[in-house]
Design a protein around this ligand. Structure first.
Ligand code: MRU
Length: 354
């Protein structure tokens, strides 16, 4: 039995322990964040990444920051808490879950403002721990709903990392693949390397290797040719933010895959918890897209691959229009087009264990 990956955990003496994803696959190193600033640094530097994991990391970071506040009255406490939430919100702009995590902790703080400050701080830690547990249950529900769409013998192409490392555990897109494998379906996986940060090559390949699921690594530029040869039966990706109309922001390169799927008549599935849906945004063009440092493009593993000082663009995400998405696989069930109606219908309902 494969040992579960400990992506992020709460330390009982006040801290957040993270598996440092910048060091994988070479080294399995854990870092202990002892204040909210350390959690923010870990988010910015991609030690922890992936939308659902960012939601829980941000929530834990805020609970940790609250734990350390010196305020002696609730008004000052809530004001200082907002300062920490703003600091954590300024780390990465695209994943909806990060803001969802901060909003959930802030709402609980406001709601329980009548508690004593030590009790209120404890309540925030408990909420963050609850979110940790919920994420795992959510991913198992996504896996169970989604595996029904996967046929025995299929080769599935995936992009970026949507596994245990991108979540508290089990994964979203990779959770669907894993659930299909666990139910005995003889599937294979094609893993896009996912330039520039190589989440596919470094992280997804590492996870699939541990799980023993037959897989091959390909460069991003090979995907179209594998499809043309009839060697891909489905594409499954995750999401960083989904607008109300079903447009999906996800790792750069996702849009290209969706266009290729349409041309080759291959289903293009997006797996994500419902907390990735931003009901405040009507369409994908309103989703803020993170622009990262050019050196991620001009270097590989610290080695320069371009002339010194050559300019580079580095949008970390792209937006896939809802019209190219075959289905959204969520913890509340599988949604089919038209997504605006399907999202609206499920927006008030809880996670559905299959
Ligand atoms: O920049 P990253 O590594 O945080 O980007 C992650 C992705 O794009 C994932 O596909 C997405 O967050 C879904 S993770 C379940």
């Amino acid at each position: 039995m494969t040992q579960e990956i400990r992506t992020l955990t709460w330390l009982p003496d006040g801290g957040v322990c993270l598996l440092d994803q910048t060091r994988l696959p070479q080294e399995e190193v854990y870092v202990e964040c002892r204040d909210a600033e350390a959690v923010a640094e870990a988010i910015r530097s991609l030690r922890i990444r992936g939308a659902p994991a960012l939601g829980v990391a941000a929530a834990m970071g805020l609970a940790l920051g609250a734990h350390r506040l010196q305020a002696t009255d609730v008004t000052t406490f809530l004001r200082d808490l907002k300062g920490i939430a703003d600091m954590l919100a300024n780390t990465r702009p695209t994943a909806r879950n990060l803001f969802w995590g901060l909003e959930r902790i802030s709402t609980v703080a406001e709601k329980h403002r009548d508690l004593s400050l030590p009790a209120l701080k404890q309540r925030l830690v408990e909420e963050a721990l609850k979110m940790h547990q919920e994420d795992l249950a959510c991913n198992r529900a996504i896996g169970e709903h989604g595996q029904r769409l996967i046929e025995n013998g299929a080769t599935i192409l995936t992009h970026c990392n949507t596994g245990a490392l991108a979540t508290v555990g089990y994964g979203t897109g990779l959770g669907v693949i894993r659930a299909a494998w666990e139910r005995g379906k003889r599937i294979q996986v094609l893993v896009d390397e996912t330039r520039p940060v190589l989440q596919g090559a470094r992280l997804t390949a590492w996870e699939l290797d541990r799980l023993g699921i037959p897989s091959r690594l390909i460069t991003d530029s090979m995907a179209g040719d594998f499809m043309r040869r009839g060697e891909v039966q489905a594409v499954i990706v995750g999401a960083d933010r989904i607008a109300k109309n079903g447009d999906v922001a996800n790792k750069i390169g996702t849009y290209t895959l969706a266009v290729l799927c349409r041309y080759h008549n291959i289903p293009f599935y997006v797996a994500a918890p419902f907390s990735t849906v931003d009901l405040g945004l009507s369409a994908g063009d309103q989703i803020p897209i993170e622009e990262r440092a050019p050196h991620e493009v001009t270097t590989i593993a610290g080695v320069s691959i371009a002339p010194p000082g050559f300019p580079a663009a580095n949008p970390a995400f792209d937006v896939t229009p809802a019209g190219l998405v075959s289905a959204l696989i969520t913890d509340r069930g599988v949604l089919y087009p038209p997504f605006a109606e399907a999202i609206q219908a499920l927006s008030g309902s809880p996670s559905v264990p299959p």
